[in-house]
Design a protein around this ligand. Sequence first.
Ligand code: ZN
Length: 333
Amino acid sequence: MKIMIDAGHGPNTAGKRSPDGSLREFQFTSAVAEYLEEELNNYQGVQTSFSHDASRRIDVPLIERTNRANAWKADLFISIHANAYTGRWHTGGGIETYVYTTRPKEALELANKVQNELIKATGLRNRGVKSADFHVLRESNMTAILTECGFYDNKEELALLKKDSYRRKCADAICKGIVDMYNLKRKQMVKSANTSTPSKTGEYKVQKTIGGYITAADAKAKRNKKTNVTKGSYYVYKRASGMINVTKKKGVPGSWINPADNKQQSTTKTFKVRVKSYELWYYNKPDWNAKKDTFKRGQEFTVVETLTVNGSKMYKLSNGNYITANPQYVQKL
Ligand SMILES: [Zn+2]
């Protein structure tokens, strides 16, 4: 099942922020999107992708978002938003979930499940499932829902929207709704990691000092590094999205690391490249079919290896992803 996760708006979208300017809607939606990705990747047969800019730098137009989902042939489109009424402080609030005006049966059922989980998890007012002629609901070819997870022009809900624990709660609730609807099964590996006997999860050796992150999504993107994880032996607390949470205290969460960081110094010399084309596909393994998302023109990466895949050259990047080595699209720096 391919799930396109859509964090509403972008870092520069006009309006779309709290009346006091302290929160942009995208700060909330992009964080929930990453937690949702992390959570969904614990389930068998699930592939996720972002329709927004994963590097949080660019506003992706709506048409591009639905084009991406349609081209990728996503099965689900999950759009995450927070709400605003007039843009001035008010006391109205709560959560609502939208489907397209034709109220497609599957979308409606999913929306009801997600809405109920969100209300259960947050305790906010239930504004119900509604229908609207929103672009992402209309132009996406697959089952699509849009959630409005509270109002940022309501002072109490704004405080919640800023909280990491609330963002996580929303992501978990949306995930639960999807899991229930499609009867998704947790991956075996994670099942054992979550039991109260962490002895099953094993040990992990860190070869050199590497970055430690708060979320698996951050570790994967090598962004928001929070600490250093020094050389030594660790317990594995949890695994998600290919990332590992390592800890010195068995059963107690530690830091997320990117196992790619832990590889011994490669003998090949690394170099930097810059994306030349407007958008460039990247792949999560050395396979031209393993499209994950796109990078944007001007983004720079470190190449750690050059491989030949089906006769065409591919770069392996230090962030664990792969891109084409075609100089038409990528410039060696
Ligand atoms: Zn919005």
